[in-house]
Design a protein around this ligand. Structure first.
Ligand SMILES: [Zn+2]
Length: 929
């Protein structure tokens, strides 16, 4: 029989860059409990395929456990998941709808998303059968601080005072999600315009069976949804697996005249069947499974508790758990309600609370417990592959590739009761009807990254011993860097001291080695500027700088720029803002972003939770279009259409928590405000000008050109194919950060997708006479083994070449570099990266060819790493003849099975050896890039 053995696997646990997610695995279905940012990378790291995913259970209304959901849904849509159920707190449908302009439109028609929000009007503390399906049947209890004193229901239903709303609010039943969409859409009482209320009544978020109504996502309906305040709701899920039936009684089946074949099979599976029988009235006889199957085993039960201090009273007073907590501990007789496993996702206050421990112990002696403390995140990493790669790069240059913050800190030991363990990220719990849960570690794809300094040191030694070619290449590169005249040169030119930290360098979806777009600029005497904020930008910031360093970086953050509405560029913004306010940072922050971002932020309560008004007033949004130099008509003018909508919303959001941004302004006042923000921004950051030219991508997208009074100019392309306007406005850039999504040879696809190839990106930099070019936004597309372009093999390393005409002309060459996640390079240090290319290439293993491919782009660019004027050639490259008796780098590429490192031998050879996780498969569409 299927499904009697299932597994609960800890996919991630609370750490610097992840929250708890449990992967619950049946034969033909997978479920996720918890969906924080970084979840997809963890799946990629663990080689878990998203395809079998049926449902996602959200832990609470806070961002931490659910902000990975929009990205997950997008990936589902492109990876052949045809239906996905979302189960969560009352505002679940609303939460998804706030991402409608970047997510829902893309997934439309590709994945059938159904929502099962907890019904608002159920009695406090009751268990509601929120997801009564097979193989997992789930009841939910919603905890809320007010639930205890019964204000909960009233506060949730204040809108029922409105006659128009009362019908659907009272229709909402405790048995499921019916009408929930309507309630979700109309409930907040501050929504005072009768016309608008009527409009929302007519356009619910969900159909009666939970399906999203995508008409809601028509872009023309750019007015805001009412905000909701469910940030404090936490969910407890009581999950029943399939019961194990007893033995089939063939004799009894004979007596009941049940024919052999499918009907018997159905009975064995526990289904009731109808048998044609002329002797009974109506000609149909009903046979229930228990008539022919002896009593079996009760279903195994898993309970997932999400509870923080404020919700503890609600949990303790809930009657929902009594059936699972035998009154007499000592008897411990197995009963139908024995719980196999309880996973506690709680704060340490809750865990140490005596009443909570008493509640926990009432489950009896047959129950196993796993606990994870949300306020004590571990520092060791889940993303082992990325951590190992960063260690190899650190050996090359510890300035540019710093060690990540992965070393475990000393934590307070907590004593654990019997049958209780601290949840570890690799835990797998086998659950079956026959035996108690078995908890064991899971074999991982990558060796876990060490958690102590001495282990890292030992691992480093072993690694070098194992990779002699890399060690040799590394030494050569370092010697060459030190021999370069720039090594000891004084930093002299404007912008040389700007540090670029690449928080995410991949495109489309977060993957094992590359997170999605985010780049931090740390500029002395100016502050920090963040260019795009893909999912888990906050986690990357913490992993790079440590908790205190991340706090400092957020404190010094002055400007965030979001280039366009594609999800891989902004899904991490909310968590970043939330964290900033949680830390009490209320200094002015400018946000240059599309209207859709402001709209989404405005609708979502989570990041504004408990934020003082003054802090919100210090968040100053400027529409990208306002600063677009290509739209002279609209220069410094907000978009008219949107402005009308905005004006109609005036004064609605100026009270209470949902009060950002200010909309109690007339259109002309709004216009004045944007102008004033722009002036303040320039004055505060010492900028001569800020230009946000529209670029050539799919949909509306923008680049950024910042020109500082001290003389530097930074240009960021966002997503674009080669764009003349960007070149024009970015002329003479000190630094160009340009996307290079696709490899050379894929120009046609790049054109269709609105992206650039490596060489196109480099050319874009040359066209604008950029001094430094940093390439990023590399595709997750799994490339063929790179065709090594051998640029002038006759020319020995370090000597000038006469190949490039521009070189002959003696024109200064741009310094071109590629980036890796979490490196920090000063503009004045970028020249060093060129010397590291060969050694970098040797750090990659079979499934890391994407990186080699990126290296290739620079190899193909004939301009050297020579000092400034381009006199000297780049150092040794793979594929070029190194000096006599020296290192033969190409031999090391035999590590890549079936190749000689120079060219593929046969079609078989170019195929990657590893079957690889979902993030590396060819993508049918790069919907979110
Ligand atoms: Zn894009």
């Amino acid at each position: 029989m299927v499904n009697h053995h299932w597994k609960v696997r800890a996919l991630t646990d609370p750490s610097l860059d992840s929250d708890l997610s449990l992967w619950v695995q049946f034969d033909h279905a997978r479920f996720l409990f918890g969906c924080g940012e970084g979840m997809q990378r963890a799946m990629d790291q663990r080689r878990l395929n998203i395809k079998g995913l049926k449902g996602v259970f959200l832990p609470s209304g806070r961002a931490a456990g659910r902000n990975g959901l929009p990205g997950l849904i997008l990936t589902s849509a492109t990876q052949g998941v045809d239906a996905l159920d979302i189960i969560g707190p009352p505002d679940t449908a609303h939460h998804f709808a706030t991402f409608r302009s970047s997510v829902a439109g893309v997934t439309k028609g590709q994945v059938d998303v159904r929502c099962y929000p907890f019904p608002r009007n159920s009695p406090p503390g009751d268990a509601v059968p929120i997801y009564p399906k097979s193989p997992l049947s789930v009841q939910a209890v919603a905890l809320h601080p007010n639930i205890h004193n019964a204000d909960f229901r009233e506060s949730r239903n204040e809108f029922t005072d409105q006659p128009t709303a009362s019908t659907s609010a009272t229709e909402s039943t405790s048995s499921g999600h019916e009408s929930e969409g309507k309630v979700a859409a109309i409930e907040p009482s501050r929504y005072q315009s009768p016309d608008r209320i009527a409009e929302y009544l007519d356009t619910p978020l969900l159909t009666d069976d939970g399906k999203f109504l995508l008409e809601m996502y028509d872009r023309k309906q750019a007015y805001p949804l009412p905000t909701q305040e469910d940030t404090e709701t936490e969910m407890v899920y009581i999950c029943h697996g399939p019961p194990r039936l007893g033995k089939f009684d063939a004799k009894m089946a004979e007596e009941l005249n049940i024919p052999n074949g499918p009907l018997r099979a159905k009975l064995v599976k526990g289904e009731t069947v109808e048998i044609q029988d002329e002797s009974v009235e109506g000609g149909v006889r009903i046979v229930k499974p228990e008539e022919v199957v002896s009593p079996g085993q009760p279903p195994p039960i898993l309970i997932v508790v999400n509870c923080s201090t404020r919700n503890l009273p609600a949990l303790l007073s809930s009657p929902a758990f009594l059936p699972y907590q035998p009154k007499n501990d000592s008897s411990d007789a197995p009963s139908a309600e024995t719980v196999n496993l309880v996973v506690h996702r709680v704060t340490s206050d809750v865990w140490l609370n005596e009443e909570y421990q008493a509640w926990r112990s009432r489950f009896g002696h047959s129950t196993e417990h796993l606990v994870t403390l949300t306020d004590k995140p571990r520092t060791s990493t889940t993303f082992h592959g990325a951590a190992w790669l960063s260690l190899r790069l650190w050996l090359l240059d510890s300035d540019i590739f710093p060690l990540l913050h992965c070393i475990a800190r000393r934590t307070d030991k907590i004593s654990l009761p019997p049958r209780t363990a601290l949840l570890a990220e690799s835990h797998v719990v086998e659950i079956s009807t026959e035996q108690p849960p078995v908890i064991s570690p899971h074999h991982e794809r990558d060796v876990p990254f060490p958690g102590t300094a001495s282990e890292v040191e030992a691992a480093t030694g072993e690694m070098l011993a194992d990779m002699p070619d890399f060690e040799r290449a590394m030494k050569i590169a370092r010697e060459r860097v030190r021999a370069d005249p720039r090594w000891n040169a004084e930093v002299s030119e404007a912008g040389d001291d700007i540090t670029i930290t690449t928080l995410g360098t991949g495109s489309a979806v977060p993957s094992k080695y590359r997170n999605v777009s985010a780049t931090l600029l740390q500029i002395p005497n100016v502050g920090n500027i963040l260019l795009d904020a893909g999912e888990n930008t906050l986690g990357q910031l913490r992993r790079r700088f440590g908790p205190e360093g991340a706090q400092k970086a957020l404190k010094e953050l002055r400007l965030v720029f979001i280039s366009h509405m594609h999800a891989d560029h902004h899904l991490g913004l909310q968590a970043l803002l939330e964290e900033r306010f949680r830390l009490g940072i209320s200094s002015p922050l400018y946000l240059i972003a599309p209207y859709g971002i402001a709209l989404s932020l405005r609708e979502s309560a989570s990041w504004q939770y408990e934020v003082p008004q003054e802090a919100l007033n210090n968040l100053m949004w400027i529409n990208n279009e306002t600063l677009n130099p290509n739209s002279p008509d609209r220069h410094l003018e907000p978009e008219t259409q949107i402005e009308e909508d905005v004006a109609q919303e005036a004064a609605v959001y100026t009270e209470g928590k949902q009060r950002w941004p200010r909309y109690d302004l007339s259109p002309s006042e709004e216009n004045q405000m944007q102008k004033s923000y722009y002036r303040q921004l320039r004055a505060d950051l010492g900028l001569k000008s800020v230009k946000v030219p529209d670029v050539w991508h799919r949909g509306r997208a923008h680049g950024l050109v910042l020109s500082h009074v001290s003389g530097w100019r930074i240009v960021y392309s966002g997503d674009t194919r080669p764009c003349a306007s960007l070149a024009k406005h970015g002329k003479d850039a000190t630094l160009l950060i340009h996307e290079a999504t696709l490899e050379d040879g894929m120009e046609e696809l790049a054109d269709t997708k609105g992206h650039s190839t490596f060489t196109q990106a480099i050319q874009a930099g040359k066209n604008m006479n950029a001094k430094h070019i940093l390439l990023n936004h590399f595709s997750q597309r799994y490339p063929r083994f790179p065709r090594f372009a051998i640029d002038d093999p006759t020319s020995p390393p370090g000597s000038p070449t006469s190949r490039s005409p521009s070189r002959v002309a003696g024109k200064p060459k741009p310094i071109v570099a590629i980036c890796f996640d979490l490196m920090s390079v000063k503009v004045g240090q970028m020249w060093r990266l060129r010397y590291y290319l060969d050694a970098m290439a040797l750090t990659f293993t079979d499934d890391e060819v994407e990186n080699v491919n990126a290296v290739e782009a620079i190899r193909k660019d004939v301009n050297g790493a020579g000092p400034g004027t381009g006199g000297a050639r780049s150092p040794s490259f793979v594929g070029k003849r190194p000096s006599k008796g020296g290192w033969q780098p190409q031999s090391t590429f035999k590590r890549h099975k079936g190749t000689d490192g120079l060219r593929p031998k046969s079609p078989e050879d170019v195929r990657p050896r590893s079957s690889c996780g979902f993030g590396l498969k060819p993508r049918s569409s790069e919907a979110s890039t």
